[in-house]
Each structure stands twice: as structure tokens, then as C-alpha cells.
Design a protein around this ligand. Structure first.
Ligand code: GLP
Length: 259
């Protein structure tokens, strides 16, 4: 696992967008051999989406042959609800780039059979030959996607009951009313994310510092699900200085000097 540390959020957003664009361009995708990209929602990747849109407008990256799989979606929230992850993706990314509608995959939290929806989602990923690069964020309790503390590290796409910390954190998008936050979501599993050839996770702000320490400096634990990234051959956490405040000086120096 590698840490890429920059001072500001804008710098990590730019680095991450350029990294993704380079990966897509190096892959040289075509209709029959698309680049398969895993995508997150949340405030952490907003800057990266903004920068990817800019790179696209400058003609530096095309999404014509990119297939996307989102990490998660709330259960029971209408697709066109402003806080659904379908809406988030349209607003921040899909409406501004040339990704084809038929290449976009987001779990359907209103599917009549949720379990089948989860199995089908895994199968669709498999049918594309797996994910090249999974981009992610991290919850303040160290979770990846909606794999809240206690999730099995070998989990796959499934319906998850959200924990109180996540409901509380996400209530900021629902008028600070915890009662309005859906209590369940469909999420890809920890294993689904880490099956990708490369995993890049954006972490920013002091509110993530405690979790970043757990994930980077302590052992692998199902209580801090992103910690499993330690086992991934190509795992990168891109973080701003604030989020590194609880790390040891030696850890920060090691990764800073390595670059
Ligand atoms: C939710 C999402 C995660 C995201 C996390 C952190 O739990 N399902 O994918 O990483 O929130 O969100 P933020 O980036 O807004 O801090």
C-alpha cells in the first residue's frame, strides 16, 4: 500500500484525476476492450470528478470506451431523489463527460428482488473481466463503500444495514435529520473492491485522521474495512496533510521521501 500525500485537497484531486486519465489512456480502450472503472460518491471524490471533467473538456481523456460500476446506492430512495447516488453521479460526472449511458452501472436500490440485484451486479462485473481501477473514499470510521465496521473482509455485493455513525454522518445531506436517511443500502463488498487490479482511495480532512491511522499503521481489521487495502498489490491512498495529522512522523516521512 502506498500513501500519496499532498498539502491540499485541490492537489490530491488533481493528482487523482490525472492518475485515472493516464491509466485510461495507457490502456488505450476500444469498444471490444473497454476500460472498467469503479466509482464512489461522497464529498471526497467531488474535486476529482471536477478535474476529470476539466481534463475531458481539454481533450486529454475520453470516456467513450469506459464502463463504470458505482460502489453503492441507498435502498428505497427514488433514483431521481437529489440525494440518491444516481443523482450525485449525474450532477458531478456523467452529465459532463462522454460516457455512454449503456456503460453506466449503479446498483438499483429499488429493484423488486434486492438479493438478485446484488448477484447480478457481481456477475456483470465478472462478465467485463473485472474492474481495472476502483476509486474510493473512506468513511470516518474507516469504511470503504458502505462496508461499515464489522463487515466481512471477504464480502461481496449485498444489502447492508447502515450503522449509526454512517447515518449520522450522511444526515448532513438530509437536512441534518437522521430519520430521513435511508437505513439500508446496496454496497459492493470489500472483496469486490479489492478484486480490482488497482484501488485508489481519496482521504481528506482532519475528520478522517483517526481512521487513516487505524487503516495505515494498525493491523487488518473488519472493524476498519479499508485496512484490508494493506493486502492489495496495487493499493494507493491519496491524502491531504490534515488527514495525516494522527500518523507517526516516521510514516509520513517514509511516504513523502519515497516520492
Ligand atoms: C458513504 C459512501 C462512501 C464514502 C463515505 C465518505 O459512506 N458510501 O463511499 O466514502 O460516505 O463520504 P465523504 O467522502 O463525504 O466523507
Amino acid at each position: 500500500m502506498e500513501l500519496v500525500i499532498y498539502k491540499t485537497y485541490d492537489e490530491i484531486s488533481r493528482w487523482t484525476a490525472e492518475h485515472i486519465a493516464n491509466r485510461i489512456n495507457d490502456f488505450n480502450p476500444s469498444k471490444s476492450r473497454p476500460f472498467v472503472l469503479g466509482l464512489p460518491t461522497g464529498s471526497s471524490p467531488e474535486g476529482t470528478y471536477r478535474e476529470l471533467v476539466n481534463l475531458h473538456r481539454e481533450g486529454k481523456v475520453s470516456f467513450e470506451h469506459v464502463v463504470t460500476f458505482n460502489m453503492d446506492e441507498y435502498v428505497g430512495l427514488p433514483e431521481d431523489h437529489p440525494q440518491s447516488y444516481h443523482s450525485f453521479m449525474k450532477t458531478h460526472f456523467f452529465d459532463h463527460v462522454n460516457v455512454k449511458k449503456g456503460n453506466i452501472h449503479i446498483p438499483n436500490g429499488n429493484a423488486p428482488g434486492l438479493e438478485k440485484e446484488c448477484q447480478d451486479y457481481e456477475e456483470k462485473i465478472r462478465n467485463y473481466g473485472g474492474i481495472q481501477l476502483f476509486l474510493g473514499g473512506m468513511g470516518a470510521d474507516g469504511h470503504i463503500a458502505f462496508n461499515v465496521p464489522g463487515s466481512s473482509l471477504s464480502s461481496r455485493t449485498r444489502v447492508i444495514n447502515l450503522n449509526f455513525e454512517t447515518i449520522l454522518a450522511n444526515s448532513r445531506f438530509f437536512g441534518n435529520n437522521v430519520k430521513k436517511v435511508p437505513k439500508q443500502a446496496i454496497t459492493v463488498g470489500v472483496q469486490t473492491v479489492f478484486d480490482a487490479r488497482e484501488v485508489v482511495v481519496i482521504v481528506n480532512g482532519y475528520k478522517k485522521a483517526r481512521a487513516l491511522k487505524k487503516v495505515v499503521e494498525e493491523g487488518i481489521s473488519h472493524m476498519w474495512t479499508l485496512s484490508a487495502l494493506q493486502m492489495h498489490p496495487h493499493g494507493i491512498i491519496v491524502c491531504d496533510e490534515e488527514s495525516t495529522m494522527e500518523l507517526k512522523v516516521g510514516t509520513v516521512k517514509y511516504f513523502t521521501n519515497n516520492r
